[in-house]
Design a protein around this ligand. Structure first.
Ligand SMILES: [Mn+2]
Length: 461
């Protein structure tokens, strides 16, 4: 090695991990998430677990300095690792943005109103820059990868050869600028060249593409949109942040998982007068358990029975199957679940159900894996399309619900007492996929519901 400095791609810790999403200065959410995960204030965990941060520690939230100081202390004691996010990088590159004004000792104004933030002084600025200068851009081990926005093998290999993120950024910036005289590009193309061909930018803020028509977003006219790279990726499991998911619906394809649940916009809820029970959360993915833990203690699981906030009572079972014969424009499902009690009934009786569910969910067995018929039936009503796939192994599901009703006998009698008709053991099970939310018709999670399997028209495959 001619270079004594560590590479921008570093080995990820061994052992069990908790991978925390974009914190964005939300120090209280970070402290409570650490407590929910079983860490003390010094980042020690009795189970020997360690923390990983996907970057974007700063900006927007009330106290970026406190977050940086805490994470730096955890890293120095060997209890955490952190990769650089685009916000952290902007500070390192001295790129001033409206939400990093705290760093430059100025207030963050949004529509003329102050968003309260602790402001940095000279010594904090020095400390933050020094700390960010030590962070890698990605972490990897045999079963897992962590990057802020996008994993791209070619760009990772380039970053692997470098130890100085600012130098690498500037080098690519100049190479890309230097290529322009030989190319016929408009300003939009030039912007996209910088976004997609600069390794530092691509890894920390993800690929973009040109749109057919300009559109308005966040008060600006835009001609580029984000490429949803996580739908097509099929390398080692990759955890990333950056693409916040305020709806709480998981983003990933079974090999990718986004852990940014939008706490970076919690200031918008504070502005509306909220001081607790925030909708936007900070989350961690526990590895290898694949359970998501939120700062309020709620959990969402990819692989074991779980309670999903706002989603009805479901049993999450397996990661994506990509071999289903879905229509050609379908997005691969990140997971599927068995619906025992429908969302509507659940929401109407949420308080009663949560108590029941929390007391029994840990004891429930895994559902069987469905063998699916490749015939797709389509049901359409007004704004909603639902696709149905027949399940061949009906007996396995009937046995499973019988087993559940045995285990849940008392609890479900209580449920039935307050109006729940489910679960029924003698129904026909099949997989349904619906465009409940509009937009991409195949984003929603498939469920198995008791409906007439012969209904509907045959879909265009
Ligand atoms: Mn980001």
């Amino acid at each position: 090695m001619t270079n004594q400095m560590p590479s921008l791609i570093q080995p990820l810790f061994d052992g069990p991990l908790d991978i925390i999403g974009d914190v964005h200065g939300e120090i209280d959410a970070l402290r409570s998430l650490m407590r929910q995960l079983g860490y003390d204030d010094d980042g020690a965990h009795s189970g020997g677990r360690r923390l990983i941060f996907v970057g974007d520690l700063t900006d927007r939230g009330p106290d970026s300095t406190a977050v940086v100081k805490l994470v730096q202390r955890l890293i120095e004691s060997g209890r955490a690792q952190c990769v650089l996010g685009n916000h952290d990088l902007n500070i390192l590159l001295d790129h001033r943005k409206h939400d990093n004004n705290w760093f430059f000792d100025e207030e963050f104004l949004e529509a003329g109103e102050v968003v309260p933030q602790v402001l940095a002084d000279q010594s904090i600025r020095r400390q933050v820059l020094e700390f960010f200068g030590t962070l890698p851009i990605a972490l990897e081990r045999s079963d897992l990868r962590v990057v802020h926005a996008c994993w791209n093998d070619d760009m990772i290999d380039i970053a692997r050869e470098s130890s100085d993120v600012v130098a690498l950024y500037n080098q690519h910036h100049e190479l890309i600028e230097g290529s322009f005289p030989d190319l016929e590009l408009d300003d939009i193309d030039k912007g996209l060249e910088h976004q997609n061909k600069n390794a530092v930018k691509l890894l920390s803020s993800g690929p973009e593409e040109r749109t057919d028509k300009p559109f308005r977003a966040s008060g600006k006219t835009r001609n580029e949109r984000r490429v949803e790279w996580w739908n097509d990726y099929d390398g080692k499991f990759c955890v990333f942040g950056h693409y916040s998911i305020p709806s709480g619906k998981p983003r990933g394809n079974g090999s990718t998982f986004c852990v940014d649940y939008g706490v970076g916009k919690r200031w918008t809820e504070r502005r509306q007068g909220k001081s607790h029970d925030f909708k936007l959360k900070l989350a961690a993915l526990r590895w290898p358990e694949r359970v998501v833990v939120f700062d309020d203690g709620r959990k969402l699981s990819a692989e074991c029975p779980s309670w999903v906030p706002g989603g009805g009572i479901v049993l999450e079972v397996h990661m994506a199957r990509r071999d289903w014969q879905l229509p050609s424009d379908a997005t691969p499902l990140p997971s599927f679940h068995v619906t025992l009690i429908g969302r509507k009934v659940f929401l109407e009786n949420m308080d009663a159900m949560v108590g029941v569910w929390d007391s029994v969910r840990k004891t429930l067995p895994q559902p069987p894996y469905p063998d699916l018929d490749t015939t797709v039936n389509l049901e359409t009503d007004k704004n909603r399309k639902t696709w149905f796939l027949d399940i061949i192994n009906q007996d396995a599901f009937r046995d499973y619900t019988r087993q559940l009703t045995g285990i849940l006998n008392d609890e479900f009698r209580r449920c039935i007492g307050i109006g729940f008709p489910n679960p029924k053991t003698d129904r026909y099970f099949h997989m349904s996929i619906a465009n409940n939310q509009g937009g991409d018709p195949f984003k929603s999670i498939g469920s198995i519901r008791p409906l007439d399997p012969r209904m509907g028209k045959r879909a265009e495959a």
